[in-house]
Write a new protein. Structure first.
Length: 183
């Protein structure tokens, strides 16, 4: 099961990275087109007038996808910000209890976010909501990517919770960091 979950997190991270590459490509191409127009007008030629329709909307969808798809893998890798000032001063049994409570809260929040996004995506699909840009796309398409990313966060939180309850710690949670902090 661990191997399957790790591959799931890796797949989400790859999709997140692909979203970043998509954003860079779209914006870079649009900047090149704008520069071509500026150069043409500087030398007295008519501008090309070529643009990527709704490129800012596509970049925004890419940013949302990259952010949400990275939530679960980042949590598993320990990349989220952790406040260790108080946590490092707690005794080992209290640390474990605190970690279980925090992982439980994360799982609940992840479930609520996933449910809310699923509900919003279903409504967008049911009502046929479309984007308002030059290129009109169904909103449920980018929203479904957000749902998948929130689901990956939910799975990662539940994974941390199960690990912390069953084996007492998580592979993504470095206990040595806190042992050094308390000395």
């Amino acid at each position: 099961m661990r191997r399957l979950l790790d591959r799931f997190y890796l797949g989400c991270m790859i999709l997140s990275c692909m979203s970043i590459v998509f954003i860079v490509a779209v914006v870079f191409i649009q900047v090149l087109l704008n520069m071509a127009d500026a150069v043409a007008s500087a030398v007295g030629l008519p501008g090309l007038g070529i643009m990527i329709p709704s490129y800012s909307m596509f970049a925004g969808y890419g940013l949302a996808a990259a952010t949400f798809l990275a939530l679960g893998p980042a949590l598993r890798q320990g990349a989220h910000i952790r406040v260790t000032l108080i946590y490092g001063q707690l005794s080992q049994p209290v640390r474990r209890l605190a970690f279980v409570l925090i992982a439980s809260a994360g799982t609940i929040v992840g479930a609520l976010i996933t449910w809310s996004l699923l509900s919003m995506t279903y409504e967008s699909w049911a009502f046929g909501d479309k984007s308002s840009g030059l290129v009109s796309i169904s909103l449920w398409i980018p929203q479904s990517v957000l749902c998948f990313g929130a689901f990956s966060f939910l799975i990662a939180c539940a994974d941390l919770l199960i690990e912390s309850v069953t084996i007492g710690q998580s592979a993504s949670f470095d206990e040595t960091l806190f042992d050094e902090a308390s000395t």
